[in-house]
Structures are given as structure tokens and as C-alpha cells.
Design a protein around this ligand. Sequence first.
Ligand code: ZN
Length: 475
Amino acid sequence: MSGNLKSWTSLRSDKMDLRIVNARVVSPENGELIRVNVYVEGGRIKAVEPSEAPLREAFQEIDAGGDVLFPGFIDPHVHFDDPGFTEREDFETGTRSAAAGGVTTVIDMPCTSIPPVTTGESFENKLNIVEPKAYIDFALWGGVTPQQVESGEYEQTLENLKQKGIVGVKFYTVSGMDLYPGMTVSCMDKAFRKLKELNLVCAVHAEDFHLVDYYSNLMQENGRYDPESWCEGRTYEAEPAAIWSLVGITEKVKNKLHIVHLSTKAGLSIIRCEKAKGLDVSAETCPHYLLFNSEDFKKMGAILKIAPPLRMEEDRLGLWEGLKDGSLDFIATDHAAGVYPGEKNHPNIWKNYAGIPGVQTAVPSMLTFGYHTGLLSFLDIQNLMSRNAAVRYGLYPRKGTLAVGADADFALVDPDREWALDPGKLETKGKYSPLAGEKFKGKVMKTLVRGEVVYEDGKGIIGQKGYGKFIKCDL
Ligand SMILES: [Zn+2]
């Protein structure tokens, strides 16, 4: 009896849960496409073998038909608004949208929840609400407010949040949110010191408060309600000015700094220069800054309203260079859905919601306008949209790689499939996109999370609600 059991056990372990045959993967060394078979067991990658190697047995098979198998994409900057602003988005619709876009892990922001994630209790509250709704895996950002710093309680709240497994802390130099106000220099200096002690990344929305406050009010006092007034109010120099202050504090404190949704070439120059000096600063930009400029905003209006605003063509082109030369570390979407059309159709630009839901369109956008234009290679896309964020935020090598032992998270992509975007069919609650009607080349055919297919082209979402897991930062 025991002998039988033993042989059954070894047989069982020889046969894999899943094999993906005929896939092409991008070599992390040289970017070449290699034809492989990938084996999955227990939700993890068990083996990656050349396609000529003898096939191993598996209970299930996916024939990739030569499509490109990327490690699951990671969107490190999303606002899924849960709990608190679920008329805009919730964790169910947000993670469904991610799955349909080839994204297998999102990192959700702390500020667009009620209450914001600024204490261990609010973290637990959010986790209990969102985890049962998740279709894909997720990590969480923590937060801190100026009130917490001024009262001194921030030292304890940040320690608690670190223990819970946040990837880092996000705050604003200028904020439009009553529950999550912007930070002063003295608060930032103190928070940076604590975050350095905790070895946590500090991500900052960088626009100078005084510049944005004065010029935004001036525009409205002068009766300016056109899209251009949004750009002029959130004046260009506000971003480099804030980044300059932040890197100055970081030079003194030596903390890990991250600049979110970079929009200007001037801001990029500072980051490039500070990186060369060895400062621990990283930065991201978003598809909308790579694909649109302020002229597009003038024509399209509220649908492209975002903060910071879209900038000039030379900024847009500069950001592509930043992706190529390593000054920018990754592409994030800043996915933020407004109620559509209600929050996106006011004739006064100042009264519209600032946000674009991008988690589902980011990968096809970068294939179409990055890869097929020759601006990015597959390896660039793999690094900028998966590996680099995993490394920066302590999710690597569990996420962000096809190495043996990693979670079996995959996006299977047909890089040449052509299709057109109908925003009405997006999984997000915000069924709008500045890319509406756009022709794409490159499509996500399947998304797998820990070895389970959660999305399939033609079938839609086939994963289970609540399957997605919270992934703790390992820094
Ligand atoms: Zn954001």
C-alpha cells in the first residue's frame, strides 16, 4: 500500500499541471525571441525548455501558436477607488479590466479610497473589501498625511503599514483631495527620513503647490474654462520645480524616491542628471503622455483631462527618449476612471474629472505605438511594463520574470493582430478612452495568473472573482 502511494506521488509530480507549447519568449539577455515550451506546477513556473526538447506530460495544454509569451504585465499605479469612490471604479471592474489588458498584478494607490490607507486599520479594512473582488493579483501603496506628521503619529503608522506589506508610500506636493492633502517641505523631510529607515520607496505626485494654486485660481478668476487654461493653470514649471525640491531633500536624506506620471522634458532632465550622480530616484510615465500632447487636448477636451496636464510635442518625444535611455524606469497607467459621461462632459474644463482609465489599453498601445514604430523592442516592453516595477517594489523574482520558480503569470500576445478599440466594451466602469476607434496592432490573446487562465480573447473574462491575491512587498 505504502509502495503504491509512493509511486503515485512521484508519478503525480512528474506530470505537470500545465504546459504551454509553441510560445516565443523574449530573452532577458539579448532580447531575441526564443521558441520554448513552458511548464507550470502549483501555480509556479517549473521549467522553460527549448521547443526541440522532448515534451513532458501535463494535465492541460495551451498551444501558443507562436504568440509571444510575456511575464504578466504589472501596472504599478492604478486608482481602483475601493472602498469609497466605487461609482467610478471598484476592485472587481478594475481587476477585470487589467486582466483583459494582459496585466496580472496591479499596485493600487492609497489616496482614492475612503478612508485613505494611512493606518494599519485602514489597510486591513481595504484589504478585506478588495481581496474578495480581485480577478488578478495586487499589491498596495500606503499613505501619510501632513496631520500625521505634525502630530508625530506617522512614525507608528508607517511602521504598521510596512509590516502589512505595502510597496511604498505615495503622497502629493499638491492635492485636490480633502481627505488626502498635499505635504509641506517639513513634512516631506520627516516622512522621507522615516521611509529611509523602513527601506520603503516614496512615490510623489510632483507639481509645485504654490505655482499650481496661484495660476489655477488666476485662470478661473479670468473666466478661462477652455482646455488650454487647465494646462496654463497647472503651469509647466510646476513639475520640474517640485522635482527639483524633492531630489534636493532626497540628496540630504538618501531615501528611495520615485516620481509618478512624469510629463515634462525639463523634469526628465533633472531625473537623468540625478541618476547619473547615483541618487536612488526612479520615475514612470504613462501612455497618455507618450501618445498625446496639449494640442490633442485642445481638440479632444475633457476626455484627455489629466493631472499633470498634457504638455508640448517636444515633451512627448522627450519621454520616449527617456524610456529608451533608462531615465524612465517604467510605464504605469495612473488608471483613474471618472463617471462617464457625467464627469467628463462639462463645458467648463475645471469642472471635469481629471483621469483616464488606461489599464486595459496600455499593453496594446505600447505594442502599436512603441513596438511597431520601432521606438521600443519587445525587451523594452517586458522591462518597462513588468520586470522593472517588480524589482523596484519588492515583488521580484516572484513577479516580473519567466524564471523558474516565479509565479506562472503570463500575457500571451499576438503582436500582429489588428483590431479597433470600442470603449463601450472595456471592462472598466469608465467606458471612455482617448484611443476610442483607434486601430491597434498587437492584442492580448490570453492572460494567466498563477497558472490559471483569467482572460481569453473571444471569451472575455473567465477567471474567478476573489482568485486574485494580495502580494506582500519583499523589501
Ligand atoms: Zn495617480
